[in-house]
Design a protein around this ligand. Sequence first.
Ligand code: UD1
Ligand code: UDP
Length: 368
Amino acid sequence: MKTIMLIFGTRPEAIKMCPLVKELERNKNIKTVVCVTGQHRKMLDMVLEAFDVVPNYDLSIMKDKQTLYEVTGNVLSSMKHVLEAVNPDVVLVHGDTTTTFTAALACFYKQIPVGHVEAGLRTYDIYSPFPEEFNRQAVGIISKYHFAPTEMARQNLLREGKRPDHIWVTGNTGIDALKTTVKYNYDHHLLNWVKGSKFIMLTAHRRENLGKPLYHMFKAIDKVVREFSDVKVVYPVHLNPTVQQTAKDVFGDNDRVKLVEPMDVIDFHNFMAHSYIILTDSGGIQEEAPSLGKPVLVMRDTTERPEGIKAGTLKLVGTEEDTIYSSCKQLLIDKKEYRRMSEASNPYGDGSASKKIVEILQKLSCSD
Ligand code: UD1
Ligand code: UDP
């Protein structure tokens, strides 16, 4: 029997790995082991609970205002013992976080084969997004198996010289998650508050946006809300204390902006489904929104998800106050543009990515 170990540590990794955990657990020929690093604590636990996943190992490394040095060092030193205890045939990591990179590095030191889920996303600027672009390129070098969400991602990996027979286009497991969370008859008391308004769903947290960019992003949104009396914003604020502080500073006295705790993934997906526009610097939300037919203004200078831009659902608006303000205003007043963005098709798969990955893993032999 093959032992497959999944290692993840933050909210977005958990949302995209839990469907895979569930699919692996259904397979009688595979022993599934889950190790979480606890790079996030509360935000990770909320996802584990929503998907009913109980980890076999929890490294519990999170510290308040942790640095990249701390996360990297603590994950690396704790991983050694877990890898020795489990001795997995393959380790699966996801995406681009410091947990992802460090777990892959720990496997490399023990020469354990790594499978990269959501492989091949690239901006080719290692400082944008930071440190994620470096993380995914480095994990790409370490990994033996590459599960690419799209054909564009596969092409990136081929250009980098990865073995063609070790790359599979599977779709994104985030869409698998979305298929189980969005409910037709979903209800929540906050949805009564936004009823009748053009409801903007906002998230922002990127490390490279902390400080001035975040301040300018929020200022632009505050200006839009003050100008359009039919607009309301719900913002589940990331638990990073720096993000929390900037959000309170800018939106504190705006009664049409609700700052709330991070939402459980079921609530968040259903809120997205009820929103009019999404404003975000998140990665995962760029993949989910096209499936829900929601226009997204991406408050970043680069994106590793060009498929959504090409499809027409995403628009890259940078972090400058004026550009965000005018792009948001245009989407609120230009019905044709709104319709064009909301009717684009979803390029990230049909929700069967986990199934495909498990089928591939089952067929792999040790010599592959
Ligand atoms: C991390 C990832 C980023 C991903 C994001 C998803 C890295 C370097 N960054 O960034 O790629 O997009 O997660 O959200 O891997 N905190 C809590 N409770 C939590 C989670 C976070 O209090 O449950 C606070 C802590 O003070 C922590 C801080 O947020 O130190 C930052 O967390 P960290 O994981 O280092 O960075 P993120 O910005 O969340
Ligand atoms: N999300 C959530 N609750 C929230 C905000 C986001 O469950 O309050 C989900 C969202 O649907 C997506 C993921 O978290 O699946 C994105 O996480 P985040 O933006 O933190 O990270 P990124 O994708 O940028 O790495």
